[in-house]
Design a protein around this ligand. Structure first.
Ligand code: MG
Length: 160
C-alpha cells in the first residue's frame, strides 16, 4: 500500500549562525537558530517520511533536550530516518519540498539541495523535488524573521 506523509518546520534567523538548507552551507548575513544545525528543509522532510511511516515525529525521535543532537548534521539524521524506513519494510518512492524564504535567493542552490537530500536518503535525484518561494514580504517569512519548509513523501509500505 502507498502511504503519504507531510512535514512542516520553521526556524527563526539568528546572528552568528550558519545558514544550512538541504545540507548546503549558504552564504548569508544570518543563519537559523536551533539545537541542531537547524536545517529546516531536512527537518520538514524527515517529518514527512516519519508521517508516512506512522512513526514518532522528529521531536520525539531526536529531542532537542538531548545533548547528542547539539549541532547535529541534519543530513545524518535524515539518513537515519531513511534507514529506519527501509528497516521497517518501506520503500521511499518520491518526495517533494518547498522552502519559503524572503532572503537569501535559494534558486541557485536548489540542485545542490536535491542532490544532498537524495544522497542522504539513498535515492536518485529524480525522486527528490525542492522548490523555493518568497512570501511576497508577507508574514514572518516576508519580514525575514525566519524560514519555513514543507514536504510531502510517498512511501510503499511493502504490504499488498
Ligand atoms: Mg526543526
Amino acid at each position: 500500500m502507498l502511504r503519504i506523509g507531510h512535514g512542516y518546520d520553521v526556524h527563526a534567523f539568528a546572528e552568528g549562525r550558519k545558514l544550512i538548507l538541504g545540507g548546503v552551507d549558504i552564504a548569508y548575513e544570518r543563519g537559523l537558530d536551533g539545537h541542531s544545525d537547524a536545517d529546516v528543509l531536512a527537518h520538514a522532510l524527515m517529518d514527512a517520511l516519519l508521517g508516512a511511516m506512522r512513526a514518532d515525529d522528529i521531536g520525539q525521535l531526536f529531542p532537542d533536550t538531548d545533548p547528542a543532537y547539539k549541532g547535529a548534521d541534519s543530513l545524518k539524521l535524515l539518513s537515519e530516518v531513511a534507514a529506519l524506513a527501509r528497516k521497517q519494510g518501506f520503500t521511499i518512492l518520491d518526495v517533494d519540498c518547498t522552502v519559503a524564504a524572503q532572503a537569501p535567493k535559494l534558486a541557485p542552490h536548489r540542485q545542490a539541495m536535491r542532490e544532498n537530500l537524495a544522497q542522504a536518503m539513498g535515492l536518485d535525484v529524480s525522486q527528490v523535488g525542492v522548490k523555493a518561494t518568497t512570501t511576497e514580504r508577507l508574514g514572518f517569512v516576508g519580514r525575514k524573521e525566519g524560514i519555513a519548509a514543507w514536504s510531502v513523501a510517498l512511501l510503499d509500505d511493502g504490504c499488498c
